[in-house]
Design a protein around this ligand. Structure first.
Ligand code: GLU
Length: 371
């Protein structure tokens, strides 16, 4: 498997099977797969469901379909159990990120999530993400962790997404009780027919089913992220993945994640302002592939917020040399420009990031060598 950073989505049926709280029955093999990927130098972010399923037996509820507040209470107590269950299988520390769709839609919170994941990975910590079920109302919810995993793959700039399912992959017909049904190893294009083939879920603990997995694959593939739907119940699936084989259904992205992202940055995002750089900073950014630091900025144009895209221009002829996503607003930048990164905290009272534009959030427009 040729990837550098992957998101792995694990559903409730794997974390808390048999309606009896959390167990290691399936996740032991998944955790061992994660550790082996990391030993190969790959980075992993886990999106784990299971909080409601894990907390089910701990909250009294009379009906088979619990009320929203009962489910939120189950999620609240179950989240702890679920995290503790994962941690049992890792030597490295695990970290918890509870997010909602509202957080991903808000530019400032989006970059906060992205920066947090960057720092966690740089410290060899396993980020474990779930939807913040206790606070998310319907309109703020992603709703299912398949789609959440695709959004996490985007925010964390992953190049692969693995969705662990309870069947081997996507079939051309319903495989339950149908011996002629065939699993599709590759799906090149996600069409209405693919959705029709996916049908709906039959597992009472799972939220999504195959439909939300296809939706997630569609989001990811559009953004250059290869997506695999594989059977998380079978340990041999992980052996095959480690051998570079495809044991399930693969949705191959037509272009690489970095390329798709840079294209989006360059052509789709509208710039809300300009940052003017001195000669040294221009050289560092264009020729050395450096991130943009506050010390090299000598002019700020426009009124923009943190998370907005800006043009990066030269001082002498205002040539646009790059474009990127600013970690700071124009107001804050006016105060820290020309200063060293170490001084940001004393000037602003906070330092959300050491750099103004991270290298991964930047695309070079002018390729000419700057002397
Ligand atoms: N966030 C929910 C949980 O942890 C699950 C949502 C899903 O499985 O898609 O129980």
């Amino acid at each position: 498997m040729n990837f550098k950073r992957a998101v792995i989505k694990v559903g409730s049926a794997l974390v808390a099977p048999d309606a009896n709280g959390c167990s290691g029955k399936y996740i032991e093999a998944i955790a061992s797969f994660i550790s082996k990927c990391q030993q190969q130098g790959k980075e992993i972010i886990l999106v784990s469901s299971g909080s409601v399923a894990a907390g089910r037996n701990l909250i009294k509820h009379g009906s088979p379909i619990p009320s929203i507040e009962t489910k939120q209470a189950m999620a609240s107590v179950g989240q702890m159990q679920m995290m503790a269950n994962w941690q049992r299988f890792f030597k490295m520390p695990c970290s918890q990120l509870l997010i909602t769709h509202g957080d991903l839609k808000d530019r400032q919170r989006y970059i906060n999530i992205k920066n947090t994941i960057r720092v966690l990975l740089a410290n060899s910590i396993l980020p474990i993400v779930n939807e913040n079920d206790t606070v998310a109302t319907e309109e703020l919810k992603v709703g299912d962790n398949d789609n959440l995993a695709a959004l996490v793959a985007l925010v964390s700039e992953a190049d692969a997404l693995f969705i662990l399912s309870d069947i081997d992959g996507v079939y051309d017909q319903d495989p339950r009780g149908n011996p002629n049904a065939k699993m599709l190893p590759n799906i090149d294009e996600i069409t209405e027919e693919v959705y029709a083939m996916a049908g709906t879920t039959s597992n009472p603990i799972a939220t999504g089913g195959m439909k939300t997995k296809i939706q997630a694959a569609e989001k990811a593939v559009e953004n250059g992220i290869d997506t695999y739907i594989v059977n998380g119940h079978k340990a041999e699936v992980f052996e095959r993945l480690l051998n570079g084989e495809n044991p399930g259904t693969c949705f191959k992205a037509s272009q690489a994640a970095t390329k798709a992202r840079k294209h989006w940055l360059k052509h789709t995002l509208k710039s809300s302002g300009k940052l003017q750089l001195d000669k040294g900073a221009v050289k560092a950014v264009v020729n050395k592939g450096a991130s943009l630091l506050p010390s090299g900025i000598n002019g700020i144009y426009g009124d923009f917020s943190a998370g907005d895209s800006v043009d990066i221009i030269t001082s002498d002829n205002q040539q646009v040399i790059a474009k990127g996503i600013s970690q700071y607003s124009s107001r804050d930048l006016a105060r820290i420009k020309g200063h060293n990164s170490e001084q940001i905290f004393s000037i602003l009272g906070c330092r959300p990031s050491k750099v103004i534009i991270h290298r991964d959030d930047m695309v070079i427009i002018s390729k000419q060598e700057i002397e």
